[in-house]
Design a protein around this ligand. Structure first.
Ligand code: NAD
Length: 314
């Protein structure tokens, strides 16, 4: 790239959505020396504890509660040895209403909110007015259409927008899938690729804007086949994990433990996405919501983030 091109190393980023992936991506960026503004929605109601303490929904600590709780989790629950001493001081909590103006100052915004096109489109519309001339914007979607996400946005947004799909957990998983939107400039792809590879230590694969891209397309298909085989052979959760884990030379997180880590609500969105977007009739048959999964989600047992999923966290 020419000498005048914006840098391929950055020092200020924002991550929007402080859930499983947003928190993990923020931690990974902070550990690479990047200052991170972590934003989430302000909560719609007080917790019992906040009510007892006489807080209101206007209190800054309440408004930033979701992002702040994620920062507390990543700084207290992760082994300190994985992070440098100044790691925690590089992440700041904020919310998507009060702190949008702070986005003018960052070089890269990574969106990691819930896997729903309407919600992501709404987030992009809200951040668009605050983008600097060269701000990179990427989404961590598992497989929604980059074109659909860019729809309705102006030229600056569309030129600087792409998919950077990190895998869970972001610190440990090497792969990032990079997918161009309809108008992403080549220099933007080059910058995102360089940041992910050189600054974040990832291996970047360029994928096309197809449902679930590459790795998830294969992974979720395997998951759907496992659900079907489980029913066909009358297996239970432990048996499937035993058979698909170390017995096959794979980690013990191979199937249901891994789904608990991913989040069962997120998996349902991903399954719906492929079924709704793919024109292939085989996909439409394979990507049907497994009733066992729907039942768990209906009870709020959506995986590790809720304390229960296929397994209960003790
Ligand atoms: P999550 O459920 O843990 O977190 C979602 C976040 O979105 C929460 O912080 C929530 O407060 C926020 N949110 C909810 N409604 C919102 C709204 N209306 N506006 C703005 N924010 C809102 O989900 P996650 O697992 O972190 O997934 C985030 C993204 O990363 C999704 O696109 C998902 O497909 C993708 N992804 C997930 C995994 C995984 O293993 N979980 C892996 C790769 C990619």
């Amino acid at each position: 790239m020419g000498g005048k091109a914006p840098g391929t190393r950055i020092s200020r980023a924002a991550v929007i959505g402080s859930g499983v992936m947003g928190a993990g991506i923020a931690a990974h960026l902070a550990n690479a020396g990047i200052s991170v503004l972590l934003l989430d929605i302000p909560p719609a109601k007080l917790t019992e504890q906040e009510e007892r303490a006489g807080k209101t929904l206007q209190d800054p600590a309440v408004r930033n509660r979701l992002a702040a709780a994620s920062i507390a989790r990543i700084t207290t629950q992760q082994p300190a040895a994985l992070y440098d001493a100044a790691f925690a001081s590089r992440i700041t909590a904020g919310n998507l209403e009060d702190d949008l103006a702070k986005l003018t100052d960052v070089e890269w915004i990574v969106e990691a909110v819930v896997e729903r096109l309407d919600i992501k489109q709404n987030v992009f519309a809200r951040i668009e007015p605050w983008l600097g001339a060269e701000t990179l914007v990427s989404t961590n979607t598992s497989g929604l259409s980059a074109s659909a996400m860019a729809e309705g946005r102006g030229e600056k947004f569309r030129k600087h927008f792409a998919v950077t799909h990190f895998f869970n957990p972001p610190r440990h998983m090497k792969l990032v899938e990079l997918v161009a939107g309809p108008d992403t400039e080549p220099v933007v792809m080059a910058r995102l690729s360089a940041i992910c590879e050189r600054q974040l230590g990832k291996g970047v694969v360029i994928a096309k804007d197809t449902p679930n891209f590459i790795a998830n397309r294969i992974g979720t298909y395997g998951m759907m086949t496992t659900f079907a085989a489980m029913k066909q052979f009358g297996l239970n959760v432990d048996e499937v994990d035993a058979l698909t884990g170390p017995a096959m030379g794979r980690p013990k997180t191979a199937t249901f433990r891994m789904l608990d880590l991913v989040g069962l609500d997120t998996l349902l969105h991903v399954v719906d996405n492929v079924r709704e977007r793919s024109e292939d009739s085989e996909d439409q048959q394979a990507f049907v919501r497994p009733p066992e999964l729907e039942a768990l989600v209906a009870r709020g047992w959506i995986g590790e983030k809720a304390g229960s999923g296929f397994y209960r966290k003790i």
